[in-house]
Design a protein around this ligand. Structure first.
Ligand code: SF4
Ligand code: SF4
Length: 164
């Protein structure tokens, strides 16, 4: 069988927790946000303001890795900001709620979501209840709510009725 050139490999998500701890320890030990030095967004921002440097090669390498091996790998498995937002997401009263009964399971929501692992629950047989709150990594962007043809995904406030 012909091997695909472009794949989307899943990597162990615990890597993100490990990366968060490593960057936190490095920041405490050095008094410097080491993460910012290798963050692609930081590098590109600095390149735009101060001019390009060798660090852009790192961004290029990341880009090649993400295109050919694992999509959005930096955000999913390495960026400590994502995990920090996830913790904020646990505390946030606003969330997305999934209702199993009306779902077609065709997966349109997962195609538009930038963190599709949070919507694993819409895959047939995965939902643990008839109503499931979407995981804290969800950014509440609302793309899935707009896309869902059956309103199986809605905004919700913890402890209150549906907003939309
Ligand atoms: S609100 Fe946005 S991030 Fe959250 S599940 Fe929907 S599409 Fe994904
Ligand atoms: S878009 Fe709506 S109906 Fe389709 S899989 Fe997602 S939740 Fe279910």
């Amino acid at each position: 069988m012909k091997k695909k050139l472009v794949t989307d490999q899943a990597i162990d998500r615990r890597l993100r927790t490990l990366s968060w701890i490593v960057f936190a320890v490095l920041a405490l030990a050095t008094g410097y946000t080491v993460f910012e030095a290798i963050s692609p967004t930081g590098i590109v921002s600095r390149a735009l303001i101060y001019g390009p440097g060798l660090a852009l090669l790192w961004v290029l390498a990341l880009l090649v890795f993400e295109v050919f091996f694992s999509r959005r790998a930096w955000c999913r498995y390495a960026c400590p900001i994502g995990l920090t937002y996830g913790v904020v997401g646990i505390l946030s009263p606003l969330r997305i709620k999934y209702t199993l009964d009306s779902c077609f399971h065709e997966g349109d929501c997962r195609k538009v979501c930038l963190v599709p692992h949070v919507l694993d629950t819409v895959i047939k047989g995965r939902a643990v209840d008839t109503e499931v709150p979407i995981k804290p990594d969800c950014t509440r962007c609302g793309l899935c709510v707009d896309t869902c043809p059956t309103r199986s995904l809605t905004f919700d406030v913890k402890g209150f009725s549906k907003l939309l």
